[in-house]
Design a binder for this molecule. Sequence first.
Ligand SMILES: [Zn+2]
Length: 235
Amino acid sequence: MWMTKANAKRITLRFHTDGQLLAISHPSVSQSVVEEVIRKQANWIQKTRSHLLSERDRTYYRLQSGEQIQVCGKNYKFIVQPSHQDDPLRLKVDKDEHLTFFIPEHTQPEELAESARQLLIQWLRKKGSSWSTMRAEIWESRMNVKSTQIRVKEQKTRWGSCSSQGNINLNWRIFLAPLDVIDYVLVHELAHLLEMNHSDAFWRIVKSHLPHYQECIQWLNHHGRSLDVQLIVKS
Ligand SMILES: [Zn+2]
């Protein structure tokens, strides 16, 4: 994609969250000059794009110290700490964004991967819940609506839902998405408090609060399936 900006001093290359390249230049710069810059930067473009995509489209995480996971737009680091075989498997989260797994010795890898995943999901639901409560306060006053309750649940096929009683359910997986995408799902459900359908009027409400909402829908269409946590345990 090519965009011109009257105040652009030089040609800038940037990436969209979906991996699309955006070139910005002054209107006087011809397309062939921009193309030449892109050709010269081909290596860098290729490398940056694949890095971007691999970092974002993650479903699998290694259960080992140093592994990182992005939740509600923040990077969290795994720490693996062995514990006595009689202690239960546990997960501790501290202020420094460390997720410490205390793993009893002699736990079978398959059992460990599943139990640790459940602990992680449990935490994701808690984290997502407090994040949504905090964000809902802001959006509800902007949109002049009030939800009854927001819950973060296990949902297989939907990112969110809203009942006529004003109860909003959100899928825990959405909290692995970029922040503006999480916001979009929240705003979408809150907009249903005003319009219980997907009419033009509904989308007008969403757009008035999130002008770029279509990019969020596109992001979900492209990457939604990668929003999951599967843990890999070295045996
Ligand atoms: Zn809807």
